[in-house]
Design a protein around this ligand. Structure first.
Ligand code: GAR
Length: 219
C-alpha cells in the first residue's frame, strides 16, 4: 500500500469559512503545542476578516490571511492561484479544512494530493454533499431516525465530502436530541478525530490504496 510521507518538519495550514468559531482549529493548535501532533501551524486562511478563527490564530502567534471567494465568483482559477500563493509562501505540507463550507477549487486539490483534510459532522458517505453543513446535517440525521451519528475526517478530492476516509468516531443519537444537542456531542468527537487524523499523518502512519486509508506503524 503506498505510504503517505509527510514533509518534515510538517507545516500545517487551516482554512475556515465565514464567522466559524474555529473550535476544531483550536483543538489542532493545542495538539501541535502539546506535541501530540508532530507539526506546527504555518498559516490560517479565512474567507472573512472578521472570522473568530483568525483571532484564535493571532492569539497563538500564527500568521493569518484572508481570501474572499466572493471576489473570485467567476474566476475559479484566480481563486486557486490566490490560495496557492499563500500555501507556497508558507511552505505548507498539510492543509486542514476546519469549518470551510465550499468546494475547494480543483487547482488547489491537484496541487496537494492526499495533503488536504476536511472534517464533516456526520458519518460519511451519509449526510454529506453540497448544502450539507453545520446544523443542517444534524437536522437530517435526526429526521432520518438514525440511532448513531458521528464525524468523519477525510482527504479532500474534487467533490463535496467524498474523498478517502481517514478517521471516524461514532456517537449516539438520543431520543431527546435536538440538532444543537446532537451537534454539541458530535463536536466533542470532532476535536478528537481531527487531532488523531493529523497526528497519524504527521507521524507518517497513513497509507492509501484506492479509497482505503490504512493506519500503519509510521516512523
Ligand atoms: C464543524 O462541526 C465541522 O464539522 C463543520 O463545521 C463546524 C465548524 O466548527 N464542517 C462542515 O459542516 C463542512 N461540511 P468549528 O468552527 O467550531 O471548528
Amino acid at each position: 500500500m503506498p505510504e503517505i510521507a509527510p514533509a518534515t518538519p510538517l507545516r500545517i495550514a487551516a482554512m475556515v469559512s465565514g464567522r466559524g468559531r474555529g473550535s476544531n482549529l483550536g483543538a489542532l493548535i493545542a495538539a501541535c503545542e502539546s506535541g501530540e501532533v508532530a507539526g506546527s501551524f504555518a498559516v490560517v486562511i479565512a474567507t472573512r476578516s472578521d472570522s473568530p478563527a483568525l483571532e484564535r490564530a493571532k492569539a497563538a502567534g500564527i500568521p493569518t490571511a484572508v481570501v474572499s471567494p466572493r471576489k473570485y465568483e467567476t474566476d475559479e482559477a484566480g481563486y486557486a492561484l490566490a490560495l496557492l500563493r499563500i500555501l507556497n509562501r508558507h511552505k505548507v505540507g498539510l492543509l486542514c479544512l476546519a469549518g470551510y463550507m465550499r468546494r475547494l477549487p480543483p487547482g488547489v486539490v491537484a496541487a496537494y494530493p492526499n495533503r488536504i483534510m476536511n472534517i464533516h459532522p456526520a458519518l460519511l458517505p451519509l449526510f454529506g454533499g453540497q448544502g450539507m453543513y453545520g446544523e443542517k446535517v444534524h437536522e437530517a440525521v435526526i429526521e432520518s431516525g438514525m440511532k448513531v451519528s458521528g464525524c468523519t475526517v477525510h482527504f479532500v478530492d474534487e467533490e463535496y465530502d467524498s474523498g478517502p476516509i481517514i478517521v471516524q468516531i461514532a456517537t449516539t443519537v438520543e431520543d431527546t436530541d435536538t440538532p444543537s444537542s446532537l451537534a454539541a456531542r458530535v463536536l466533542t468527537a470532532e476535536h478528537r478525530a481531527y487531532v488523531e487524523a493529523v497526528s497519524l499523518f504527521a507521524s507518517g502512519s497513513l497509507s492509501i490504496e484506492g479509497r482505503r486509508v490504512r493506519h500503519t506503524s509510521g516512523s
